[in-house]
Design a protein. Structure first.
Length: 582
């Protein structure tokens, strides 16, 4: 799985070198296009002391305004390529909070010599100023792909720009509260700016909003019951084309993501301005309105209308104790056809978080002992039929990371392992069209442990012998099971050890650790390199499914016989006895 870098890291990378400057070509606007949008002001006409106005959504979907005064125009390491307008914000709308994450892209208009408001750029970055009332604006010329020539008297202040922080964080909605806690804690450890809102089915219902300058806009990696994306503000609109943010999303060039409106719950104020301790908009994506197609060093751009390619993710959880069934569905943007600019999608993260959330809601609490079974089916366009696996999980010991049910970490780990296998292949560009997860959960640890085994002292080759297992149910009664074990014809005569063993305890899982790996750009361990062909991929996916019954092993043979599997309880542990083979 490719390393996922934050918008801040990409922004700094742009300032260190020209690697991403080619992406600006994707954002280029024809010379005549500005005639169809709002009038703009070139950077050469912007000067200190100008009193300007910014537009942004502060609550709900209504666009509000607040003031700004130009303090200076500054350059970073590369004059003319990372020029920013330094401004101080003011007004009752942001009193006590200042600006923060989610404000990026808010268009700033200043009056020209005739008093006509003209768009000069977009609020894009904070600098850690106490009160969050000083920040940076990306010039509109850079956002529209025009070559910018800084005016005389510009100040080179690379140190100030080096500490600039894009006012944007990845936002997830629809996740259960314990899963949200696990995700945000993991993101903090991974150094990623992540916000988790309740959202999803409980989000306020609102009509689709026009994506005009100042409107809240979301760039979605996933939509539906579980969403993932970044919320900012529309800066400029020309016909169906629009520009937003004033900084990169991932700085990945060509993209194919959901372009959406958004609902802002409100501004969460924190005057400190430090990472993780700053003002931000608590917001949730809304309706799919277009396609985000470009992700350059100074803006993101897209087109209203259409929908990007996507993977359909569905999950169904049945409570075996009550018969209650919960279902959820999301669509995850599939960027395979634009070269998978990040190396992979957020399908693994959405699938893990979504499945864990529905399991949490099905349990309606945090039972200390749990049993679950998951079957996952993955449909890949390039394979003739779907492929998948099933596993059973049991566990005790209280809730796992973040207070989510214990089995969530285990099943999420298996699910992300499989999706990492698919995303890690390099023999072909594979399109995952659908992922369906079916989970059955129950309270209590449905498990028995092997205490001893009894078999005939003398056995003959090629015969089946009756073997007795003495079991102890978890916090329950003892029981006896009888199975038949085949003595191989090629077995060597003499004394041999007969071993009967159940599955190892593989149900432990830390949901927070899984999230941290995914957010940090790692991959869930899959036991080796990526599969080198379609048949090997199918085999690797099926191999994630573990046999959870009792197997028999005779002597030094490596061949295991499957002799007992109980669908009602897992039989774990190991015991052995000595037999004489004739």
């Amino acid at each position: 799985m490719a390393h996922r870098r934050s918008a801040l890291e990409y922004s700094r990378a742009v300032r260190r070198g020209p690697a991403l400057l080619a992406a600006a070509l994707v954002l280029a606007l024809p010379a005549s296009a500005t005639a169809g949008g709002e009038p703009t002001m070139p950077l050469s006409q912007v000067h200190r002391g100008m009193v300007c106005t910014l537009r942004s959504v502060l609550q709900g979907t209504a666009i509000s305004t607040f003031g700004a005064t130009v303090l200076d125009i500054v350059d970073g390491q590369k004059a003319g390529e990372d020029t920013r307008i330094l401004v101080r914000y003011s007004g009752d709308a942001i009193a006590g909070t200042g600006v923060g994450e989610g404000f990026s892209g808010s268009p700033m208009s200043c009056p020209d010599a005739r008093g006509v408001p003209r768009v000069v750029g977009a609020l894009s970055e904070g600098i850690g100023e106490y009160g969050n009332d000083v920040g940076l604006v990306t010039p509109i010329g850079q956002m529209l792909g025009q070559r910018v020539r800084p005016p005389a008297g510009v100040h080179r202040r690379p140190a100030l720009l080096a500490r600039a922080r894009p006012l944007e964080a990845m936002t997830f909605t629809g996740l259960a509260a314990p899963v949200r806690r696990a995700l945000t804690d993991a993101a903090a450890r991974a150094g990623r700016p992540v916000l988790a809102a309740r959202g999803g089915p409980a989000a306020p219902r609102f009509a689709p909003q026009p994506l005009v300058p100042g409107a809240a806009v979301a760039v979605g990696y996933a939509d539906g019951d579980f969403t993932a994306g970044a919320v900012g503000t529309v800066t400029y609109r020309n016909g169906r084309d629009l520009w937003a943010f004033g900084h990169p999303l991932d700085g990945a060039g060509r993209r194919a993501l959901f372009l959406q409106d958004a609902y802002v719950y409100g501004i969460i104020g924190n005057p400190i301005g430090a990472p993780g301790l700053t003002t931000y908009k608590l917001a949730a994506p809304g309706h799919d309105l277009g396609i985000l197609s470009a992700d350059g060093p100074n803006a993101v751009a897209g087109t209203v209308g259409g929908t990007p390619a996507f993977t359909a993710f569905t999950v169904r959880v049945r409570d075996a104790d009550t018969g209650r069934v919960l279902t959820a569905a999301s669509r995850v943007a599939d960027e395979t056809d634009v070269g998978s600019p990040l190396g992979d999608s957020l399908l693994d993260l959405v699938a893990a978080g979504g499945t864990a959330s529905l399991v949490d809601r099905a349990y309606r609490g945090e039972p200390a002992s749990q049993t679950g079974r998951m079957c996952a089916t993955i449909t890949i366009r390039e394979l003739s039929r779907p492929v998948g696996f099933c596993n059973r999980y049991v566990g005790t010991g209280g809730a796992a990371s973040g207070g989510s049910p214990l089995v969530s970490g285990a099943l999420s780990g298996d699910l992300t392992s499989v999706l990492s296998l698919v995303g890690g292949v390099d023999f072909a560009a594979l399109h995952v069209t659908r992922v369906h997860v079916d989970v059955t959960i129950a309270r209590g640890r449905h498990e028995a442990f092997i205490r001893s085994v009894r078999a005939p002292r003398v056995v003959r080759r090629g015969r089946r012998v009756r073997v007795t297992l003495h079991l102890q149910r978890y916090r329950g009664a003892a029981e006896t099971r009888r199975v038949r074990v085949r003595i191989p014809r090629h077995a060597k005569p003499g004394r041999r050890r007969l071993v009967l063993a159940g599955p190892a305890d593989d149900s432990g899982g830390d949901l927070g650790a899984i999230f941290q790996i995914l957010l940090g750009g790692g991959a869930i361990p899959t036991g080796g390199g990526g599969p080198a062909s379609k048949p090997k991929l199918v085999h690797a996916i099926r191999a994630v499914g573990r046999y959870d019954g009792v197997s028999a092993l005779i002597g030094h043979s490596r061949t295991r016989q499957r002799v007992l599997r109980d669908p009602a309880e897992r039989i774990s542990g190991v015991a052995s006895t000595i037999i004489r083979i004739r």
